[in-house]
Design a protein around this ligand. Structure first.
Ligand code: PPS
Length: 570
């Protein structure tokens, strides 16, 4: 079956119903079971609705699913390498009978589509992982996501769309397959090379896309993924700003930038083939496939999951059948003597080449070192620097923990005054007592309530830190697990500095400024930390302070010196 390459793809399955019909469906839907879709499920739904997954008309039924796993084809023989499944927790699935409508909703409850539940079955997810990803290794993000769902049932059936999932960002860059096809026709573009990307682009990428377009005699579609990419990737806001900056450097009329709300599975060769089919649906005639395209990195033993050229080979094998040509990603290197990029194999003997690896780039970013202009564009460097600000600019949570009367609030108050005096960052004090009067006013001192209290403090501290401020937290926080959870949360966005105020209990009791120890000893206060309730001392605190022999200013000075030493002051 060697079908000729069809410009602008085949028939598009757009699944929205007409406006009048949609009103009727909404009225009827009060009787439907509602399903709230997760972020990746919403991506799948959106691409189904707009026809990017043509010829699919809904979430897959069992025959298609089996055929995709076994043969990378739908039951009717059409090439399709990736299962597009709607999973629900097994215990919920029993209430959703076959032969009825379900309402598919976003996280806010807006009904986006309805699905006729034609089939419901319990899949063997391990078998699926093995068939699709070729591994059960949880280091593979696709496997981890699939198997991490627990026990699920799949619901398969046709869908009818009421409205697409809402996006408020970069709206002028979000185009459906029909819109892009129309745009290509309007511009007179007969051949279009698509470039898939989930990373910031640098000069080498621009060079290779221009070369790919020129050798195919085609125009170019930059089609970055803005749904779900690999865990740990740079968020799409920063990436899209990079693409916008780079777009200005292309020759006029050559290139178009449009965003693809795809939930990637990091499935290597199968995923590359799927990406190619999607681009065919968007009206492209050529598709650039990189070395280790959609690769998930290395496995638990440090080996790559897929052969680096397997993706290119697979897309090439099917290119005539799916109607889009594979263009291999050309590895380019910079040749300083010529002040230009060249394919590696064309560099004259003896010519020096320059390159900067991803690891080296990240090191230079971290350490605020120079990134040469032959490597990337100043706007891209500025974006990346914003994502990796130096310590002098990041937000900080100073998390004091220790017994009642240990001196947490007193030291935190001294620091509050000093930070205000310095005026470098906005600062907020989340003192144990203040929090318990406001944020946690209904909580007591059971373990569950104390943990909840700490998680709430952590939530607020994280918001402050994320936005570049200083959060001074001073709860007892007696349990290591809750402190660890806050550390994990905050460290993603800024500095988390744990300060154990390790003043011994007898000193705290002697001070007894609030008279609470006396009450606790008399049994008037139950579950009092250090007397009748546990305190798990931190094992890896950044700082330990015993205020027995220190004035509040001296203790605060220890913290100040630590911040200075670690480079947090400008
Ligand atoms: S926790 O464990 O982190 O949620 O505690 P926290 O929010 O910091 O609240 C501690 C303050 O509440 C007062 N208090 C008690 N502390 C410990 N155990 C019991 N049972 C208790 N009952 C009341 C006490 O004043 C603590 O304030 P600080 O500032 O630590 O002295």
């Amino acid at each position: 079956m060697n079908a000729p390459i069809t410009p602008y793809g085949g028939e598009l399955c757009q699944l929205f119903v007409a406006d009048e019909e949609s009103q009727g469906i909404k009225a009827e839907s009060i009787a439907y079971t509602s399903l709230e879709l997760s972020a990746p499920q919403l991506c799948d739904l959106e691409l189904l609705l707009v026809g990017a997954f043509s010829p699919l008309r809904g979430f897959m039924g069992r025959a298609d699913y089996e055929a995709v796993l076994e043969h990378m084809r739908l039951a009717d023989g059409t090439v399709w390498p990736m299962p597009i499944m709607l999973s629900v927790p097994l215990d919920r699935a029993e209430a959703i009978p076959e032969g009825g409508w379900v309402a598919l909703r976003d996280a806010e409850g807006v009904m986006l589509a309805r699905m006729w539940v034609q089939e419901r079955w319990q899949p063997d997810l391990r078998r699926e992982a093995q068939a699709v990803f070729g591994t059960l290794d949880p280091a593979h993000p696709g496997v981890a996501r699939l198997l991490g769902q627990g026990q699920v049932a799949y619901l398969g059936g046709p869908i009818e769309g009421l409205e697409p999932p809402a996006h408020h960002d970069f709206r002028n860059l979000r185009r459906t397959p029909a819109e892009l096809r129309h745009e290509f026709t309007r511009m007179g573009w007969r051949k279009v090379v698509a470039f898939q990307t989930r990373n910031p682009m640098h000069r080498a990428h621009k060079e290779l896309t221009v070369r790919a377009a020129s050798s195919a005699g085609a125009n170019l579609l930059l089609h970055p993924v803005v749904g779900l990419t690999k865990p740990g990737d740079i968020d799409h806001y920063a990436r899209v700003r990079c693409y916008q900056a780079i777009a200005r450097s292309y020759p006029p009329g050559l290139m178009m930038l449009s965003l693809l709300p795809l939930a990637m599975r990091m499935g290597g060769p199968r995923e590359a083939l799927w990406h190619a089919i999607i681009r065919r649906n968007y009206g492209c005639t050529h598709f650039i496939v990189g070395r280790d395209h959609a690769g998930p990195g290395v496995d638990g033993a440090g080996r790559p999951f897929y052969d680096p050229y397997a993706a290119q080979e697979l897309v090439q094998q099917y290119q005539d059948e799916i109607g889009i040509q594979m263009v291999p990603f050309q590895e380019l290197v910079y040749v300083p003597a010529r002040a230009q990029y060249m394919p590696q194999d064309e560099v004259p003997d003896g010519c020096e080449v320059a390159s900067i690896s991803g690891t080296e780039l990240r090191r230079r970013m971290r350490e605020g070192l120079d990134i040469p202009s032959w490597f990337t564009y100043p706007e891209v460097v500025a974006e990346l620097r914003r994502l990796h600000p130096p310590r002098t600019e990041i937000g900080i949570t100073l998390f004091f923990t220790g017994l009642s009367g240990a001196g947490k609030s007193t030291v935190a108050n001294v620091l509050l005054a000093w930070f205000l005096e310095l005026g470098q960052r906005p600062v907020t004090l989340l003192d144990g007592d203040i929090v318990r009067k406001n944020l946690s006013s209904e909580l007591g001192f059971s373990r569950a309530h104390r943990d909840l209290n700490i998680l709430r403090i952590g939530f607020v501290a994280n918001e402050i830190t994320k936005n570049g401020g200083i959060a001074l937290c001073a709860p007892i926080a007696p349990y290591a697990a809750a402190r660890r959870a806050v550390r994990e949360l905050v460290s993603q966005h800024g500095a988390f500095i744990e300060i154990h105020v390790a003043t011994p209990v007898d000193v705290c009791e002697q001070r007894d400024r609030k008279g609470l120890y006396a009450k606790a000893r008399a049994g008037l206060i139950k579950q009092f930390t250090g007397v009748s309730d546990p305190y798990e001392a931190p094992e890896h605190a950044e700082l330990v302070l015993d205020t027995t022999e220190l004035t509040p200013e001296q203790a605060a000075q220890e913290v100040w010196l630590y911040l200075e030493r670690e480079g947090y002051f400008a």
